[in-house]
Design a protein around this ligand. Structure first.
Ligand SMILES: Cc1cc2nc3c(=O)[nH]c(=O)nc-3n(C[C@H](O)[C@H](O)[C@H](O)COP(=O)(O)OP(=O)(O)OC[C@H]3O[C@@H](n4cnc5c(N)ncnc54)[C@H](O)[C@@H]3O)c2cc1C
Ligand code: FES
Length: 260
């Protein structure tokens, strides 16, 4: 698929994952690597960046309803059309043998394709997955196919009672991982980056910023001197050290830098 062309695709299946989260699958052949994203055109609304939660001939996005565009997307049914362009951005480096995959909330959608690729390559994957409550845990059965899964919930409704970064630290105290792949709220990513730096474990995080063009032209996705669409969305821990924005500021639709 040419990277800048918009392709109209028919939604094959729409699956309710949790009360505010749905997966939308479609058939489209294009090469994509775990961690890359696409721009999703919601007809009549706007385009939003989304990770591909499923690669292969049948692809999927898993979207949480957080605002006007994702609310509109959630009204789409099987047989409706959306537009997709991409894939864009870099991908996870999966060259090591033993990974801890850490996901917070919908962040699992950005890392699950990496877990699948690692498992297919015979590598070892342990997932630590955190959510506010047990009803928010999504893609759990699929994650379990790729390796051991440990759960943390903020309210203690299932698994470890606390935040995912605390559970990740406990696991890292017990076992040695070659690398950590992470996606979730930026405070969680910031804490994990600090833990990994202290323990000398390489971390790669998938970053989210408001995006318009997705191809490095408009500047809306800036993260200090980086453009997340062009230089990311995957960043190594060492790239994030010392950034003023990481964990603190994002840009709103008007390009204003606002505290998180
Ligand atoms: C590379 C990339 C991959 C993504 N993958 C997924 C995914 O797999 N599943 C998914 O549900 N979402 C994903 N997102 C986030 C998704 O693009 C936004 O949630 C979406 O654009 C919100 O649009 P909206 O109009 O519905 O909400 P808006 O009205 O734009 O925003 C609603 C609220 O969400 C906040 N918000 C909006 N966008 C972001 C963002 N990027 N980061 C943090 N806060 C934000 C706003 O500040 C506001 O508080 C991804 C973002 C990026 C950059
Ligand atoms: S979204 Fe336009 S530069 Fe990144």
């Amino acid at each position: 698929m040419p990277t800048s062309r918009l392709h109209s695709v028919i939604l094959d299946k729409v699956m309710e994952e949790a009360s505010h989260t749905k997966s939308f699958s479609f058939r489209e052949e294009f090469p994509v690597r775990p961690g890359q994203f696409i721009m999703v055109w919601i007809p009549g609304v706007e385009e939003v960046p989304m990770a591909l939660s499923q690669l292969g001939p049948v692809k999927a996005i898993t979207a949480k309803n957080v605002g006007s565009s994702t609310e509109a997307l959630h009204k789409f049914k099987e047989g409706d059309r959306i537009g997709v362009r991409g894939p864009y951005g870099n991908s996870f480096d999966l060259s090591q043998e033993h990974y801890l995959v850490a996901a917070g909330g919908t962040g699992i959608a950005s890392v699950i394709a990496a877990s699948e690729a690692l498992a297919e390559a015979g590598k070892k994957v342990v997932t630590v997955f955190g959510a506010k409550t047990k009803e928010d845990l999504i893609l759990l059965e699929r994650s379990r196919k790729y390796g051991e899964v440990f759960i943390a919930t903020d309210d203690g409704s299932v698994g470890y009672h606390g935040v995912v970064s605390d559970l990740a630290l406990k696991l890292m105290e017990d076992r040695r991982f070659d690398g950590v792949l992470a996606c979730g709220p930026e405070k969680m990513l910031q804490t994990l980056e600090g833990i990994c730096r202290q323990r000398d474990v390489e971390i790669q995080v998938s970053m989210e910023r408001f995006m318009r063009c997705g191809i490095g032209l408009c500047g809306s996705c800036s993260l200090d001197h980086y453009l997340v669409c062009r230089d990311g969305p995957i960043f190594k821990g060492e790239q994030l050290v010392g950034l003023r924005d990481f964990g603190h500021y994002r840009r709103d639709r008007a390009g204003r830098r606002v505290p998180m």
